[in-house]
Design a protein around this ligand. Structure first.
Ligand SMILES: [Zn+2]
Length: 252
């Protein structure tokens, strides 16, 4: 297949310098799932990629097979940007920390897991003025986990099976990924009742609508901490939105 190339949409997930002038980028593509690609000359000159290797936007890329599992990125252009995401710090931060989950929670060469369209919907919604970034990030994380079959069980006690009422808070154990009721000893993270119910729904197709609920900032913070502790436990390391943050200024 050497020499063949494909054109598709992509979102940049990670970028690391390689050698004196190249970069290795991890892309989530619309057709081939996640993959790593060598972008030759990406640091030496902006001509080739025209400054297109930026996170938090949609790219059109031309990719080819390379050596082993590393493909080649031949061209990239930005086809869609999200001005409010780039212009508001809270939205940008939510974007970085959410997209950092994607390489961990997606597979290579998966053609139709729904991850790409979910990421696209996430970025579009993050750009909307009436969407709160923290709520959106929480629902996105829940949906992404469930797309990979890793979603936590927030509807019943994992020990005895007892279900809390619709508006009843639950105590969540991130190590096991389920609720533990008071009779069974409880768990460290509190999930407010209606938000807990919404997160159960956010594992399904209606996840975006769950981001419009009217929960308090404290409830959202508690649930975000609970879910992130669970995700980190599943991934096996602590996540920091570092790899995508614009740390080496003025590249190229
Ligand atoms: Zn129980």
């Amino acid at each position: 297949v050497r020499g063949r190339s494909e054109i598709c949409e992509a979102v940049l997930l990670r970028s690391v310098d390689y050698g004196d002038s190249d970069r290795i980028v991890t892309l989530l593509t619309s057709r081939f799932g996640k993959g790593a690609f060598l972008a030759r000359g990406a640091r030496r000159s902006r001509k080739r990629f025209g400054g297109a290797l930026e996170p938090l936007c949609v790219l059109q890329v031309e990719i080819g097979s390379g050596q082993g599992t590393l493909g080649t990125l031949r061209q990239a252009t930005v086809t869609r940007t999200f001005p409010r995401v780039l212009g508001e710090l809270a939205r940008m931060a939510a974007g970085f920390s959410s997209l950092e989950l994607v390489p961990e929670l997606s597979s290579e060469h998966d053609e139709d897991t729904g991850v790409f369209s979910t990421v696209l919907a996430f970025l579009s919604a993050l750009d909307l003025r009436d969407i709160e970034p923290a709520k959106l990030a929480l629902c996105f994380e829940m949906r992404l986990l469930s797309l990979q079959g890793l979603g936590p069980r927030l509807h019943e006690c994992g020990s005895c099976g007892k279900r809390p009422g619709p508006a009843q808070a639950g105590q969540f154990d991130p190590t096991h990924g389920y609720l533990v009721c008071r009779e069974c000893g409880g768990a460290p993270y509190l999930l407010a009742g209606e938000l807990r119910e919404a997160l159960v729904r956010a594992s399904g197709h209606g996840w975006l609508e769950c981001a419009r609920g009217s929960w308090s900032a404290l409830e959202v913070d508690q649930a975000s901490a609970a879910l992130r502790a669970f995700t980190e436990h599943r991934i096996g390391r602590e996540l920091r939105a570092r790899s995508l943050a614009p740390s080496h200024g003025g590249a190229g």
